[in-house]
Design a protein around this ligand. Structure first.
Ligand SMILES: [Zn+2]
Length: 142
């Protein structure tokens, strides 16, 4: 099942409607079976809002994919926790700090992490400074 947010172009009413698939929506639209329940206009269109997807439990492939994604997300979050615990956050000074450590033998008990542009990373690598690009996601569950 897929939920679309529809908008009536005549009276500007917005309403949600469920369809078995996106094809089902196209089919009903072509046959003029979609009409506004307020003014009965046929000028009903999908809004640009991304659809919510309802996955039936029988659809094990999709469920597995989502599970896999969640597991990957877990791993990344654990990785982030590890980095946060064991590395010092230097934010946008990352490039500067990385060079300080590399060239001035600046004493650091911990590694550092922060943000850098792709260009910065490329330059650091060319200078022989070991940098790792890590995936970083926001933990929305917090
Ligand atoms: Zn309408």
């Amino acid at each position: 099942m897929i939920k679309y947010r529809l908008i009536c172009k005549d009276c500007e009413t917005i309403f949600d409607s469920w369809f078995s698939s996106s094809k089902e929506y196209e089919r009903l639209k072509k046959k003029n079976f979609l009409n506004c329940h307020i003014c009965s206009s046929l000028s009903v269109e999908k809004t640009l809002m991304s659809p919510s997807v309802f996955i039936s439990k029988n659809n094990s492939k999709t469920v597995n994919q989502i599970k896999k994604y969640k597991e990957t997300k877990e791993i990344i979050l654990k990785y982030q926790e590890f980095i946060k615990k064991n590395f010092d956050y230097v934010g946008e000074n990352f490039t500067y700090e990385a060079r300080s450590v590399h060239y001035k033998n600046k004493k650091v008990s911990k590694g550092i992490y922060g943000t850098a542009t792709k260009k910065d990373l490329k330059e650091l690598k060319e200078e022989g400074i070991v940098v790792e690009l890590i995936p970083w996601i926001k933990n929305n569950t917090n």
